[in-house]
Ligand binder design. Sequence first.
Ligand SMILES: Nc1ncnc2c1ncn2[C@@H]1O[C@H](COP(=O)(O)OP(=O)(O)O)[C@@H](O)[C@H]1O
Ligand SMILES: [Mg+2]
Length: 303
Amino acid sequence: MLAINVSGLTKKYKKFTAVDNISFKVEQGRIYGLLGPNGAGKSTIMKVLSTLISPCAGYVEIMGYSLEKDKEKIKSIISLVSDYTVLEDDLTPYENLKMFAEISVSMNSQVEGRISSLIEDFGLSMYKDKLTKNLSSGNKQKLNIARALIKKPQILLLDEPTNAIDVETSRFIREYIVRENLESNTTVVISSHYIWEVEQIASEIGVIVNGKLAVNKKSSEIFSDYKQFLRIFELAFPKEKFSEVSGFLDVSSGVSNFRQTGHDKLIVQTDGSEVAFPDFVSVTEKELSLEDIYSHIVKKGAV
Ligand SMILES: Nc1ncnc2c1ncn2[C@@H]1O[C@H](COP(=O)(O)OP(=O)(O)O)[C@@H](O)[C@H]1O
Ligand SMILES: [Mg+2]
């Protein structure tokens, strides 16, 4: 079943088009990654999907419900995690979760139990009696995710969930999301500008550039599409030859980009055609990463 079906979605803020005619589908139980630079339109898409703002044009269906006709139903099955500032600073973690439970589902002993197990799962038991304002930003974000999970959403939208969060907590959050996805078949959409983060957990990836969906594919397909005309090499050479090598790269037709990584090293990106590097250079081909592909798309557009 399709969990998310977006067709021709457009959102304008006054005359500015933030999201421009975007279409994508996510099957139930998948993790879909939305990548894009700041201002690309990721949060706007997340806000539309979670019913916070209305689109200007296009069609959105969530678990078969139309956004236009069944907004309330969609609200009950979808949760958005964005900023943790939605939490009340002067309440304890438990009080915060209880407050959100009262708003989103009716409180009963089952929900009470769920709150306790979320607090336990997220390692927040020891902060039970602390005010939320005294928690670290990592713990606030954990609490924010726990908040979104109270109602057992069928769709979980995570808008840059690990932005400005320490490494350890970020990893915990990623692992928790994957577990939730596997155990509850929760469909997840995660936006991030940490490319490797999305690469690790998402099976399909959309790259948004200037409000347009430049790429929308399975991550494996993205690699097979790009590896023919995007290759990365490390060149090593005696350091006194640096200007000779960079002069050569400046005028070589197959070279699309290069950057210095040491006095005697350069990373070169080619368009896939064979480049005959000077004899004295030792050349090692590097494995293409999603980050290489992503910067290529952001700079040059999709193929
Ligand atoms: N409420 C708003 N009013 C006017 N412009 C907005 C508003 N929200 C976002 N924008 C603009 O829309 C564009 C997309 O923003 P956003 O969806 O937040 O991008 P992202 O999350 O990818 O950084 C940006 O240029 C942003 O400045
Ligand atoms: Mg954003």
